[in-house]
Design a protein around this ligand. Structure first.
Ligand code: GLC
Length: 638
């Protein structure tokens, strides 16, 4: 975080951005302060990922203390404007002024006829290649494959690195493959057309990159900076990234200086290349006291002077058209004349107020395909249905939306599977242990104490321990199960859907069975001994005694244990959040996690409350059912 020495009388404006590489923003802010000492700008270094910074802004808007300067990704406009979180800039950002900027970037800052964002920098996805090793850069997938087959030598040198982590960068990469194969997410009328043969080819091609080892599996955890780091260490022949990387790769101390070329991203033969339009701009948060002062900074930060600083210090692509012809810029970045044409051809991502949710769907399922846990066919069907649900849900009320909320259905199914596996297991085990520790034997108190330990441990801590223990190949669970012959080979516990669900159930059973034990033990101790003794005198066998006397008398305690366990298991959050974050490919995302996402990631608090109320009603219903069933048995024995 940059802390500025702020005069007591100055207004302070905050902005959140990524780490200030090269001190570019510090320089822009310094120059601004020289001219406007009464306005202080404080740059807050946030995480690299655009999604996480977006969440930081949303939280600040919801908290009533909005961060004044909104440094926005090109994809945030619709959501933020629809939320009423931005001040329209029409009075300052006039049509004459707009004409000086890249048209795509200006357009992306408009929503329902108003401008909310002035572009600071443009961006477009590109293919980087090692021109010292590859004589002719590829244009099509086929040409690319031929080069990979011939020139890559994994694991020393892979063919390509890209952004494969489950985040916004993966959406950009996916769209470039999709568009490059002639596919689309929406058609002209706004219908979802994602489940198409073109999209299938795009996903298959992306999966092939990993299957063939042309890209390292590690790309599944790569963002831009990881790809750049691997590429600059010579670990790949190609890299998909944004233009800023060129400046870094050509720094004086860079081993790849002069050895890297950039071209438009590859496409399927017979189609054209399409880079994703990216970019960042500034807006004013609704509710700031003096928007005029915020505008002064925006005007300066988007001026040619500031854009040149951002370009020279951190490789930012200007958003002002004239700068692509600027002699100083062309001197250090001679390729900018060509880049201009590529930026002008770049394609925007769908502009929709529900974009975060649409993007979330794409992120999860494309990532699932790359991880090999979903087939491209399956992923496309789910993505298309889920996006359709999102788009239609927006036009319909909450109730109608339930019918089309595909994510909800999936999470409900996961919640039912989790609850119906963990609760019976905990109950049976809990009952057996309670019977055992209820018997008279030496050291009984110690055993009772030991049984309680898992329950006393903090869930998050034990979930992290289980995460390590289930790790493949380093975890102890696989090792143990293989050694005792229960498994032929190690299992992918946390990176396969069934494995992850089993691991979550296992950890929950271990953690919560002691809770059932305490309640049932209390019940067993409340049964008068004379009763059980009298039946023993009658000569009843132990099993008969248990079934006809002990268990029915225990029913009020069974009822309490079951109600608590069903409510807790159905609403599970912490254990799964830490263990798997709901993954892989949403296979362990339960209702609790989904409602959290709806409220805080998609910012649909109303819908989240609606779901919570329904959930509460369902739990009340199930509790009544448990009360009813257990009462019947109890009445009979009394
Ligand atoms: C770059 C782009 C931005 C995009 C992001 C994805 O920062 O400018 O538009 O969303 O990368 O990681």
């Amino acid at each position: 975080m940059l802390i500025c020495a702020v005069p007591a009388w100055a207004s302070v404006l905050r902005m959140i951005g990524p780490e200030d590489v090269g001190g570019a923003w510090a320089e822009v802010i310094k120059r601004f302060h020289e001219r406007h000492p009464d306005i202080q700008v404080k740059y807050i270094s946030g995480p690299w990922s655009t999604d996480e910074r977006q969440n930081m802004y949303i939280r600040s808007f919801l908290s009533g203390d909005p961060v004044e300067l909104v440094y926005m990704d090109i994809i945030w406009t619709a959501k933020f404007a629809e939320g009423g979180w931005l001040v329209p800039l029409d009075q300052w950002f006039t049509p004459e002024m707009q004409r000086e900027f890249l048209p795509g970037a200006v357009e992306a800052g408009r929503y329902k006829g108003h401008s909310y964002r002035v572009p600071v920098r443009g961006d477009v996805g590109m293919l980087y290649y090692r021109k010292d090793l590859i004589p002719e850069p590829p244009r099509t997938w086929k040409e690319f494959e031929r080069i990979c087959e011939r020139h890559s030598h994994p694991p020393e040198q892979y063919c390509i690195v890209f952004q494969g982590m489950q985040y916004e960068g993966l959406v950009c990469d996916f769209l470039e493959h999709l568009w490059g194969a002639g596919g689309e997410v929406f058609d002209q009328e706004g219908n979802v057309v994602l489940d198409s043969p073109q999209a299938l080819e795009a996903l298959r091609f992306m999966r092939k990159l990993i299957h063939q080892e042309w890209a390292p599996r590690a790309v599944l955890s790569f963002q831009e900076q990881h790809s750049l780091s691997a590429f600059s260490q010579g670990k790949a022949l190609f890299m998909r990234n944004w233009p800023y990387a060129w400046t870094i790769l050509n720094k004086e101390d860079s081993p790849l200086r002069g050895k890297v070329g950039i071209v438009p991203f590859i496409h399927k033969e017979g189609y054209g290349s399409a880079g994703t339009l990216g970019g960042w701009g500034l807006g004013i948060a609704q509710g700031v006291k003096d928007p005029e002062k915020v505008w002064k900074f925006i005007a300066f930060a988007t001026s040619s002077e500031a854009q040149k600083i951002l370009h020279f210090k951190r490789g930012a692509v200007p958003s002002r058209k004239a700068l692509f012809q600027d002699p100083e810029i062309l001197k250090v970045s001679p390729h900018y004349r060509d880049l201009y044409k590529i930026v002008m051809r770049a394609r925007p991502r769908p502009a929709h107020p529900d974009y975060p949710r649409i993007s979330d769907t794409l992120q999860k399922h494309v990532s699932a395909v790359l991880a090999g846990v979903e087939s491209p066919e399956e992923a496309l069907k789910i993505m298309a249905r889920s996006i359709e649900g999102t788009v239609r849900g927006e036009k319909e009320g909450f109730l109608a939306r339930l019918g089309v909320d595909y994510d909800l259905r999936r999470t409900l199914r996961n919640t039912c599977v989790f609850t119906s596996l963990s609760v019976p297991l905990e109950f049976i085990l809990g009952l057996l242990i309670a019977l055992l520790v209820n018997a008279q034997f030496r050291g009984r108190s110690l055993v009772r104490l030991a049984v309680l330990i898992p329950w006393a441990l903090p869930t998050a801590v034990m979930a992290m321990s289980w995460q390590w223990m289930f790790n493949n190949p380093f975890g102890v669970i696989n090792d143990l199960l293989v050694r005792i012959g229960l498994l032929a080979g190690p299992l992918d516990w946390l990176s396969s859907p069934n494995g992850a669900m089993s691991a979550a159930v296992f950890a929950d059973v271990w953690k919560t069975t002691p809770f059932v034990v305490i309640i049932l033990l209390a019940g067993l101790q409340s049964i008068p001994q004379e009763l059980t003794e009298s039946i023993s005198i009658d000569g009843a066998g132990a099993l008969r005694e248990f079934l006809h006397l002990t268990f029915p008398l225990l029913l009020p305690f069974v009822r309490v244990a079951l109600i608590f366990r069903v409510i807790h298991a159905a609403g599970i959050f912490d254990l799964i959040w830490v263990l798997t974050k709901g993954g892989p490919a949403d296979s362990t995302r339960t209702l609790g996690i989904y409602i959290y996402d709806v409220a805080f990631r998609y910012d649909e608090v109303g819908y989240a409350i609606f779901l919570t109320v329904l959930f509460l009603l369902a739990l009340i219903g199930v509790s009544f059912l448990i009360v009813r069933l257990t009462s019947l048995g109890y009445e009979r024995v009394r």
